[in-house]
Design a protein around this ligand. Structure first.
Ligand code: SF4
Length: 269
């Protein structure tokens, strides 16, 4: 049986009233960001690679392929792969990709040096993705999210690609909705994408125990904001990458310190 609940490790405690205010403020901050104009996104910090990924209209398959590559290696390297493939192939237009055989894709993925930790498997997944986009979406990956589909439809369509699991499918849907502002009919199925940053910040704030399972954290986010559980993703992740570091979180500089369980624990001051 998979572990689904909290174990015996520490839980930072804060009053229910503070937790409710923290929830409201997190949702409010994330909602404010959604109302701002769409910005150019830095996926990997390399201008040409980011331009390709941001070109969701001209190269929607670049975004899909980056999602497929995003496993068992650093996200930054994985999201660079569409650009590296473009350099090796000479184009990243979909008709050009669709011309390549599996053997040719295996070669460009592996030489002169492997683009992924598992070039063989990822070449097969890439080949299968190209066939699916060609067959199911008539060569236009944007059809995955065109026509104001439900969030469940987008997540399910990503899950159909070989190698894509729930975490990546949810992250893809959240990025499309939150960052690319793709219209959808609802956001119920956009879960939080649990990673080390989100796990740490959510626990310190007092929403979950320190050793909560991934499933527990997902359901906690659903409980906190059923209409859009993944709304917490970016705010928590950015906090974990900047102020709320694993050792010595900079609570004095943190906007959430008044309400945060970790900052208000006994002996913290
Ligand atoms: S107050 Fe401190 S522990 Fe709480 S979220 Fe901010 S940095 Fe993290």
């Amino acid at each position: 049986m998979p572990k689904t609940g909290p174990g015996k490790r520490r839980r930072y405690v804060v009053s229910q009233a503070k937790l409710a205010r923290l929830r409201e403020r997190l949702i409010s901050e994330a909602t404010d960001r959604l109302s701002q104009p769409r910005a150019f996104m830095s996926f990997v910090g390399v201008a040409e690679a980011d331009e390709l990924l941001n070109d969701i209209k001209g190269h929607p398959h670049a975004f899909v392929i980056a999602c497929i590559m995003d496993r068992q290696m650093s996200a930054q390297k994985a999201w660079r792969i569409p650009y590296e493939l473009k350099q090796r192939i000479g184009s990243f237009r979909f008709p050009r990709l669709a011309e390549l055989s599996l053997e040719q894709l295996e070669r460009v993925m592996a030489q002169p040096e492997p683009l992924h930790r598992f070039p063989k498997v990822m070449s097969r997944n890439l080949y299968a993705a190209i066939r699916r986009i060609e067959r199911q979406y008539r060569g236009n990956a944007a059809e995955i999210w065109t026509g104001r589909p439900s969030s469940a439809t987008i997540v399910r369509r990503f899950l159909e690609f070989d190698g894509v699991g729930q975490k990546i499918a949810t992250m893809a849907a959240n990025t499309l909705v939150r960052d690319f502002r793709i219209p959808v009919s609802d956001r119920y199925s956009i879960d939080i994408s649990v990673d080390i940053q989100i796990r740490r910040v959510f626990a310190r704030m007092g929403f979950v125990p320190e050793d909560a399972s991934t499933e527990y954290i997902i359901y906690r986010a659903r409980e906190l904001h059923p209409e859009y559980p993944g709304i917490f993703d970016l705010v928590l992740w950015e906090l974990g990458r900047t102020v709320c570091r694993p050792r010595r979180p900079a609570c004095d500089d943190c906007q959430w310190r008044e309400l945060c369980a970790h900052a208000n624990r006994k002996g913290a001051h």
